[in-house]
Design a protein around this ligand. Structure first.
Ligand code: KG4
Ligand code: ZN
Length: 328
């Protein structure tokens, strides 16, 4: 069964065709990163205009590369939220128009649930109950998953998301945008020797990263950061502080909830230091999608759509975007 996925929640225009929720037939991502980099972050109005320009060619490429025609597609899955309203609207309206024109079922997908389903792509088969750590530009959520579509949120960030912290940290260090890959690259040349705080928030599964960002700013203001080895050490120390908190708190929650697996999801899950630290410290198996399935893509939306479709969860042609949608 082939599902077409469409994703336009933020700054990637993406479409993919997935077979049986696991096999990638095509996975096209048109990134706007170069356009937003000059502003140091995403400009929502620019993002939606760019989606308008690229969405149809991206959907056509996904169909062509998969070698399919509309008659081969069983349903269309599209991200309805959370995300930027103007960006979400582009994908949702294209999905609606095509579904209506081709008489195909339409499935609205929660972007965060989509991130989790990147773990079902390929040969990996997650088992329940599992604990999902969703770490992206807008979210740091710990979610207990007891079955397909069954989520209970245990914790979330109280201020900055992990990806947002990477982006703001990189800006403070003058490393450019997007910050996660930039900090990861710089950190490889440094040692995590600088003192930076960790917000443990004991007794809660919530996260907080804004104090860490402020501490980095104070460090940069107090020392001479024209020295590139100091920048590398600061990047390594900053990355290690985020990794420490994410891993320690996730493993605590995993122990308490007795899960059989931990699933990482979202752009920050592409961070190799995070994956390595998890694998070294966890007694529970940790699944991490390949980097291009951690960052925004439509393959994960199509994979998630497959499981919705299997359980009869199909939406009407009147679905709308929900920019503040949450999970669990
Ligand atoms: O999931 P995603 O692509 O988009 C959202 O749904 O937000 O996540 C984007 C975030 C950005 O903040 C980016 O800096 C971060 O993921 N990111 C990383 C890495 N690659 C992307 N953070 C740390 N290390 C990386 N390698
Ligand atoms: Zn995302």
């Amino acid at each position: 069964m082939k599902i077409l996925g469409i994703e336009t929640s933020c700054d990637e225009t993406a479409a993919a065709v997935i077979e049986d929720g696991a096999n990638i037939l095509s996975n096209i991502v048109a990134s706007q990163v170069d356009i937003h980099a000059r502003y140091g972050g995403i400009v929502p109005e620019v993002a939606s205009r760019q989606h308008l320009l690229t969405v149809l060619p991206v959907v056509e490429s996904a169909m062509t590369e998969a070698g399919v025609v509309w008659q081969d597609i069983a349903a269309i899955a599209v991200t309805i939220g959370p995300g930027l309203a103007g960006s979400l609207l582009v994908g949702v309206n294209v999905a609606k128009a095509v579904a209506l024109a081709q008489g195909l079922p339409l499935i609205g997908i929660n972007h965060l649930e989509g991130h989790i389903y990147a773990n079902w792509i390929g040969n990996t088969k997650p088992v329940f109950p599992c604990l999902c750590l969703i770490v992206s530009g807008g979210h740091s959520d710990l979610v207990l998953m007891t079955g397909h579509g069954e989520f209970k949120k245990l914790g979330q960030t109280r201020d900055d998301a992990a990806g947002e912290a990477f982006d703001k940290g990189a800006r403070i260090l003058g490393l450019g945008y997007p910050g996660g890959p930039a900090i990861e690259a710089a950190a490889q040349k440094g040692i995590p020797s600088l003192p930076l705080p960790r917000a443990w928030l004991k007794g809660s599964d919530d996260f907080s990263f804004s104090g860490l960002k402020t501490a980095l700013l104070h460090l940069v203001q107090a020392r001479d950061f024209s020295d590139s080895s100091l920048v590398a050490d600061a990047a390594a120390s900053f990355q290690q502080a985020i990794v420490d908190v994410l891993v320690t708190k996730t493993l605590e929650a995993a122990g308490r909830s007795g899960v059989r697996q931990i699933l990482l999801a979202g752009g920050v899950a592409a961070n190799k230091a995070l994956g390595d630290y998890f694998t070294r410290h966890s007694s529970v198996p940790v699944l991490i999608p390949p980097p291009d399935l951690c960052t925004d893509n439509a393959a994960m939306i199509a994979a998630c759509g497959y499981y919705h479709f299997q359980s009869g969860q199909v939406d009407g042609y009147d679905i709308d975007v929900i920019p503040s949608l949450s999970l669990g």
